[in-house]
Design a protein around this ligand. Structure first.
Ligand code: AMP
Length: 467
């Protein structure tokens, strides 16, 4: 997600930022722009360079003289459908609005049902659309701060970027599940405010990092600069997604105030201390295991060697919607260097195991290339629970670690030994207080009640119950 205000031709900067954040979603992409009166957009399925033609970009940058926002989608709620591409652009009684959402609402479905029963029509199948319906409803419109009133009724993970013809508003949920940062872009002596999911997008746009948007905060980007207000107190503790550090975010980004690459290296070091082994090489599963493998090699003193060569033109396979597609893509994606692997004892490092299917295929390829021993080391704990907050882990029964012991997983994967980094080891690496991270996928501790979503003023009820 990204938003740029005030910069003529902002669509070009937004395009670069979406490219830089392609790892956050590869199913679809969109850019919405405003000329100060109305909003135009271009949305499409596929990767950023495939969605926007040079003509599209030219049109968007000519029309979007005031501001632009953009989104890369990775479906967690609602299918991989063209109708779910964001930013959603809608007309309300107060005018046009474009909305981009990162995360997943726990009470989206409950809100939707209420609206649908009252006769509202929806044109997407995603949870995000209810945000606009809430914003456009009399109850919120008559509130002193309609956006704040809307956000207080949302439960779950939401970093949001909304664009109106006269401003961009960016907000983060009180739990701080997903990242969102504020930056400043300087062009010809003038400063333009920007927001993005990750700092890597700021780097690519040539913007400087200012600060994180805080949990429970709304920042407004206008011609006058940036202003801030709170719609809720930050939750105590927070629920920052630890999986951003494990897998999701770019190694080049600062997430929750910590560089992702160095965090992953430290996870690898912790893993080497927890599960040492005698081996010839430490070998990463590219690209996801690289940083942790470096850390493991550094801590253990075993030489780091790459022998699994990725075909860089194949995208992230997990994100392809069907199992068949995923398997075909794995075979296409990785080639093993027999000369390095044959007859050797390997420590193979990856960041996580979800369904186990990709990992099993990769292990088979190593065996076929003659690996004598494979010691698999994973720089996060077993994923035993689904994520309701924006990471696509599929359903519980598809998770390999659900109802299986580590020994059973080892057997399934056909490796000589298997060790997952402990939750304690993982949290020891994370910056700040360990209780401020959501570990729901590992621990089942979800912080909000995922079974009984609320549709009333969620935050007031939750905060009242704290006293
Ligand atoms: P599998 O063996 O099928 O569970 O796949 C494991 C691989 O998927 C690891 O290399 C991870 O880096 C990667 N992975 C983990 N979580 C996700 C996710 N939510 N989306 C896409 N890929 C993921």
């Amino acid at each position: 997600m990204v938003g740029v205000w005030g910069l003529p031709g902002a669509a070009n900067a937004v395009y670069l930022a979406l490219y830089a954040q392609q790892h956050r979603g590869q199913e679809s992409a969109g850019i919405a722009v405003t000329d100060g009166d109305d909003i135009d957009s271009k949305l499409g399925m596929g990767l950023v360079p495939d969605v926007f033609s040079p003509d599209d970009l030219q049109r968007l940058s000519l029309y979007g003289t005031r501001g632009a926002i953009g989104h890369n989608r990775y479906s967690t709620s609602g299918g991989s459908l063209a109708c779910n591409t964001q930013p959603l652009v809608e007309q309300t009684v107060d005018g046009s609005v474009a909305l981009a959402h990162n995360g997943n609402l726990v009470n989206g479905e409950a809100h939707r049902r209420k609206f649908a029963e009252a006769g509202h029509l929806f044109h997407t199948t995603s949870d995000t659309e209810v945000v606009i319906h809430l914003l456009a409803s009399p109850e919120q419109r008559n509130a002193p701060d309609p956006l704040a009133a809307t956000l207080r009724r949302l439960q779950g993970a939401f970093s949001l970027v909304l664009m109106f013809p006269d401003r961009i508003e960016a907000a983060r949920d009180p739990w701080g599940w997903r990242p969102l940062v504020l930056g400043e872009l300087e062009r010809e002596g003038k400063a333009f405010p920007v927001v993005a999911s990750e700092t890597v997008a700021l780097d690519v746009m040539g913007a400087k990092y200012v600060r994180e948007v805080e949990p429970g905060e709304i920042v407004t980007l206008t011609d006058e600069g940036v202003s801030s207000r709170r719609y809720a107190d930050p939750s105590d503790p927070l629920a920052q997604c630890i999986f951003e550090h494990v897998y999701f975010a770019s190694p080049a980004s600062m997430v929750f105030g910590q560089n992702v690459q160095t965090a992953r290296e430290q996870m690898g070091e912790a893993l080497a201390r927890e599960a040492p082994v005698v081996a010839d090489w430490v070998m990463p599963m590219p690209d996801s295991g690289r940083s942790a493998a470096n850390g493991y090699a550094h801590e253990s003193g075993i030489p780091y060697r790459e022998a699994i060569v990725p075909n860089r033109y194949v995208g992230r396979t997990f994100i392809k919607p069907t199992q068949h597609e995923r398997e075909a893509a794995v075979r296409l994606k990785l080639n093993v260097v027999r000369e390095i692997v044959d007859g050797k004892k390997l420590v193979v490092v990856d960041d996580s195991i979800v369904r186990g299917t990709t990992t099993k295929l990769k292990m088979n390829q190593l065996r076929e290339a003659g690996a004598r021993e494979i010691h698999l080391r994973i720089s996060s704990p077993p994923i035993r629970h689904p994520c309701y907050f924006g990471v696509d882990f599929a359903s519980k029964d598809q998770l390999i670690a659900n109802n299986r012991s580590v020994e059973e997983i080892r057997e399934f994967l056909g490796v000589d030994s298997l060790h997952f980094l402990s939750l304690k080891g993982l949290l020891s690496v994370a910056k700040g207080n360990a209780r401020d991270y959501c570990t729901g996928c590992f621990s089942g501790d979800y912080r909000v009640d995922v079974e009984h979503p609320l549709t009333e003023d969620v935050l007031l009820r939750e905060q009242a119950s704290m006293f």
